[in-house]
Design a protein around this ligand. Structure first.
Ligand SMILES: *[C@@H]1O[C@H](CO)[C@@H](O)[C@H](O)[C@H]1NC(C)=O
Ligand SMILES: [Zn+2]
Length: 576
């Protein structure tokens, strides 16, 4: 998308402006110039209705966009004839934000084997073969076949390298396939052959050895990832473009990128503002070595046009529930021998959180299990006390906005601490509806009822909603559906035990859910008043729907297709 160039009008040499300057003074002059430019060059758009999320005018039907890509005026056109002349078809809502996704991984996923929903080893093999038909030449030492989306529960058991060699066309190829939650990888024999003969156990990780070699989880993935030929910048640029096109298509104008290396952030700085960069990105730094302090690698950066924000860091407390990797206070109900594992101990987590807080970065900690969430709350509380001496943690938190990414299983005591301090929960409603089929097995009835997948009871904090794409589909309307119905947007079903929605006491209203994809992420990225709202001074980002949101049946959200998406006053997607 081309950035709008300001016309030369009003350059300082204009005699008209010199006269004005004498009269109104410099500040007035600048204001006047802005006013003149906005008046002469702003564009006005009218629609059948505009939902604004702005208290002064919750519903309007027209707005003007200044050349700088912000709203300059939001209003109601009351004259029917005027409106009839100007209005476009469609109903507008503020541009949507995903509060937790992975930009490059999403692009990579869009260019990889899609294994989501695969139901057998044969199914996986068929999909890999199909990918090879479309991507001839992949599978060499220098260009591995990548895929994502398998789940050992759907496959019937943990897969092995042999399962990939079972297909003649796949034999000998370099293949690496991510588990549905990207906390495990499954590799082919060619990849295994690159590793040393005997592999010691890895703290905070698991090398799956039964029924055979091939799967590596959490920290054990690192040794394989070190061998993987990383995509170069040109390839990454392609990933960014594919990802952003797809995000615009589902109505997203912004996203919180939950972990980018210093190298990738440097690339983002080059690309942001270019024609293909059509999504606003609030990117969290992830140091090369997980859970460390690496302030020399990256500086804070906020682009003038609001397309890239670097001011936060991502830390990891534990792994995922599906692979028994999330750290629990009490053992798993279906595996009493383990309570999962932390990726970092509590003193280290607190130390690194304090270091980043002192450096002025927002700290966002990945925590799934209730032990991980407890330690995340401990670390954040300790850091708040240190960085704002003389203030209460909640006063400090109002400025620092530390977050817990996923906030999935939280002991009631720690929920209370999050409420009292205002620690931001960053939650993915579709994780709840994907995990609900096994969550109760892992955790038992009581823990599930009291601790798991809170949403409604966390509403008084600024709830940030997202999808964790590519782990779940990026479509925010599926997330809204999951939050409102607590049913799977894919099937439209609850579970056998909860056919009418899983633990409905934690469901959100439609209004609450849509605010979780607009106002929530805006607050969680220091962009309140700029993002997720249609009002003067906000980013001119909006989405056009066929019907007003409030008039749709909730089941329609499962397959809702947006009509148009606009970012900074430019149309970035139009449905055919
Ligand atoms: C925590 O981890 C750090 C870094 O790995 C280590 O130096 C320290 O001894 C650990 N502390 C405890 C209490 O285990
Ligand atoms: Zn994530």
């Amino acid at each position: 998308m081309a950035r709008f160039r300001l016309p030369k009008l009003g350059s300082d040499k204009s005699p008209w402006l010199y006269t004005s300057a004498a009269v109104v003074g410099l500040a007035g002059l600048i204001k006047l110039r802005e006013g003149v430019n906005n008046y002469l060059f702003s564009e006005t758009h009218c629609y059948q209705s505009v939902r604004t999320h702005w208290e002064d005018e919750p519903y309007a039907n027209c707005f003007s966009v200044s050349p700088s890509g912000t709203f300059s005026k939001v209003f109601r056109e009351t004259s029917d004839t005027q409106l009839a002349k100007r209005a476009d078809t469609g109903h507008v809502i503020p541009g949507l934000w995903d509060g937790h996704g992975h930009l490059l991984q999403y692009g990579e996923f869009l260019n990889a084997v899609d294994l989501f929903g695969s139901e057998s080893m044969e199914d996986v093999q068929t999909r890999v073969r199909g990918y090879l038909d479309d991507h001839p030449g992949f599978g060499t030492r220098h260009e591995w076949v990548r895929g994502v989306g398998w789940d050992q529960m759907a496959l019937g058991r943990m897969p092995t390298a042999d399962d990939l060699a079972g297909d003649d066309r796949l034999k000998g190829l370099y293949i690496m396939l991510d588990r549905v939650d990207v906390h495990c990888i499954w590799v082919s024999q060619a990849v295994l052959d690159l590793l040393p003969e005997s592999l010691p156990d890895i703290p905070g990780g698991e090398i799956v050895r039964e029924p055979g070699m091939g799967v590596f989880c959490d920290n054990a993935m690192d040794m394989v990832m070190a061998l993987w030929p990383k995509p170069d910048n040109k390839m990454k640029q392609r990933f960014v473009k594919s990802a952003m096109e797809k995000l615009n298509e589902v109505g997203l104008v912004g996203m919180h990128d939950a972990g980018a290396t210093p190298e990738n952030l440097a690339l983002f700085k080059e690309l942001a503002g270019g024609d293909d960069w059509t999504v606003r990105v609030f990117s969290m730094l992830e140091c090369y070595e997980r859970d460390t302090y690496c302030p020399d690698e990256v500086e804070k950066y906020i682009s003038k046009d609001g397309f890239l924000h670097i001011q936060s860091v991502k830390l990891f407390a534990d792994g995922a529930l599906g692979s028994w990797g999330s750290a629990l206070i009490e053992p798993y109900s279906d595996r009493p021998d383990t309570s999962g594992s932390l990726l970092v101990n509590t003193s280290e987590l607190t130390a690194v959180t304090k270091a980043w807080a002192n450096h002025g970065f927002q700290v966002n900690i990945h925590a799934i299990g209730d032990l991980a969430n407890r330690y995340a709350v401990d670390a954040i509380t300790a850091a708040l006390r240190e960085v704002c001496p003389g203030q209460s943690p909640s006063e400090c938190q109002a400025q620092k906005r530390f977050r817990i990414e996923h906030s999935q299983i939280i002991h009631p005591d720690d929920q209370a601490r999050m409420h009292s301090i205002g620690i931001i929960p960053s939650i993915q409603p579709t994780h709840a509806t994907s995990d609900m089929v096994y969550a109760e097995k892992r955790l038992g009835k009581e823990r599930t009822a009291k601790e798991e997948y809170r949403m409604h009871s966390l509403l008084d904090i600024h709830l940030v909603l997202g999808s964790d794409f590519p782990v779940e589909p990026s479509d925010p309307f599926q997330g809204i559906y999951a939050a409102v119905t607590r049913k799977n947007p894919h099937t439209g079903q609850g579970t056998n035990d909860y056919p009418d929605g899983w633990h409905m006491s934690e469901a959100l209203s439609l209004d609450q859910a849509i605010r979780g994809f607009t106002e929530g992420p805006a607050y969680g990225s220091f962009l309140e008043g700029k993002a997720g709202v249609i009002k003067k001074g906000a980013f001119a980002d909006w989405v056009v729907l066929d019907k007003p949101l409030e008039e749709m049946h909730i089941e329609e959200f499962r397959s809702l297709k947006v009509r148009e998406t606009w970012v900074a006053g430019k149309r970035v997607y139009k449905r055919n």
